[in-house]
Design a protein around this ligand. Structure first.
Ligand SMILES: *Cc1c(COP(=O)(O)O)cnc(C)c1O
Length: 373
């Protein structure tokens, strides 16, 4: 029996992208209005990448085409069984006008791991990185110049076969769309309140928690409503087996900072391994700090804050980079974390990471890849 993961790989035959320029590209003036206040995920560039896959031919028909609606058969399996994965990665404008991205190979490998879990075919890391270059090169003018802004790239893969039987689809599409993103904290980095979900889990043991897949997000939306109703902006999930250990937010990882400088982050099979977290922890190790990846109970958080051993808590992910957590609220309790002041490790690591991403500081780990040349 053949499986999707053993199908022809494009590793040895890099894909060639056919370009169809958009006849409806926005005028400079119209684009500039959007770039002056992009918000997040509201506006999309003039083009998109599309690559097709099927069991006979593997990956084929790579193309850069005008941005626009997909034509999907109503029986496409993604619409019924949610066979979907995605990535999130940014293109950063440097002072000399060049455009760079951050650790795209890590996102490419994560897309492969997500694909394996969702029984989708694997795209080679080289083709993944090339797909980012293709969209950025055609839509380079959409990469904003203002400080802390970026072009957010959203690669995703969906099952497009029209078939209602339950099995891995034999026809799949991979796409990349791009959306200008404003500064996440235009008024300066501010701490957020987090809601502890005790009624719902985002991922179960052996489930899809470690994959970047839409279903995990669908499962987080109802608890997210609960968070809003309690004056919080995000949800913290506990492990679904013991409901004792902290896992992560709906779309961001969590790190606790101890007063001796040790950084502790939860480790489990149902957490999505963030590239922002990995990079921040590397920068902390570069400073000689100790990093622990292990199980962390909610009690450890509570007691650590009460005793003063835990001095900062933050969340991290590509969209917001690093966000200090000011308080954790749940049914009948509030844990108020010490405020991450200007001298905090949280803000220092955030600044160091963004300085590397925007080319304001050397890139000692070779994390940057140029996209526009
Ligand atoms: C994408 C994502 C993150 C953050 O990953 P980054 O690579 O840092 O952007 C964390 N948790 C979940 C559930 C995610 O989907």
């Amino acid at each position: 029996m053949s499986t999707n993961t053993t199908t022809p790989s494009s590793d040895t035959f890099p894909l060639h992208f056919e370009l169809t320029p958009s006849a409806a590209s926005r005028a400079d003036a119209e684009r500039e209005v959007m770039l002056s206040d992009p918000g997040f995920g509201k506006f999309f560039t003039d083009h998109m990448v599309q690559i097709e896959w099927n069991t006979e031919d593997g990956w084929h028909d790579a193309a850069v085409i005008p941005y626009g609606p997909l034509s999907l058969d109503p029986a496409a399996s993604v619409l019924h069984y949610g066979q979907e994965i995605f990535e999130g990665i940014k293109a950063y404008r440097h002072a000399d006008g060049s455009v760079w991205t951050f650790r795209p190979d890590a996102n490419g490998r994560r897309l492969q791991r997500s694909a394996a879990r969702l029984a989708l075919p694997q795209l080679s890391v080289d083709d993944f990185v090339e797909s980012l270059k293709q969209i950025v090169q055609i839509d380079k003018d959409w990469v904003p110049f203002a400080e802390e802004t970026s072009l957010y790239l959203r690669p995703f893969m969906i099952a497009t076969e029209s078939f209602l039987g339950v099995r891995a689809a034999h026809k799949v599409g991979y796409y990349v769309i791009a959306s200008p993103a404003g500064a996440y904290f235009p008024g300066g980095v501010a701490p957020v309140s987090i809601w502890l979900s005790t009624n719902y889990s985002r991922a179960g043991k052996g489930g899809t928690g470690a994959a970047k897949t839409g279903g995990n997000y669908a499962a987080s939306l109802l608890p997210q409503e609960e968070a809003y109703a309690n004056g919080c902006s995000q949800v913290l999930f506990l492990d679904s087996v013991d409901t004792t250990y902290i896992e992560e937010l709906g779309g961001m990882n969590v790190v606790l900072v101890y007063k001796d400088g040790t950084l502790v982050t939860p480790q489990s099979d149902s957490i999505l391994e963030g590239i922002t977290r990995d990079s921040i922890l590397q920068l902390a190790e570069d400073r000689g700090l100790t990093v622990e990846r292990r199980r962390v109970s909610l009690a450890e958080w509570k007691e650590g804050v009460e005793s003063g051993d835990i001095v900062e808590v933050f969340a991290c992910g590509t969209a917001a980079v690093v966000v200090p957590i000011g308080e954790l609220k749940g049914e009948g309790f509030t844990i108020t974390s010490p405020v991450a002041g200007p001298d905090s490790l949280t803000l220092a690591l955030r600044a160091e990471l963004t300085d590397i991403q925007y080319g304001r500081q050397p890139d000692p780990h070779g994390w940057l890849t140029r996209l526009d040349a």
